[in-house]
Write a protein of this length. Sequence first.
Length: 91
Amino acid sequence: MRVTPAPGVVAYIHKDGGLELYSQAHGESLRFDPSGAAVWIALRQGDGRCRNAADVLAESWGTGTAEATVELDRWVSVFCEAGLMFTTEER
């Protein structure tokens, strides 16, 4: 699976490591903890490829890929439900 930010979403990382995502389309911003920030960054650095992001997160967090994938999937659901991201099938 591959994920892409929704059009007009702008990301800010705060000094405390938290993530703020501003949706220009909705005129609102949502704040997330440092775990959410790590997932967002891993996804963006990995061109939205969830498999790549899970590998990066597993290494960073010192966990297995399966555990990182569970956390990644949870965050992707949160971002998608908030209208900040959408998913596509990877080719």
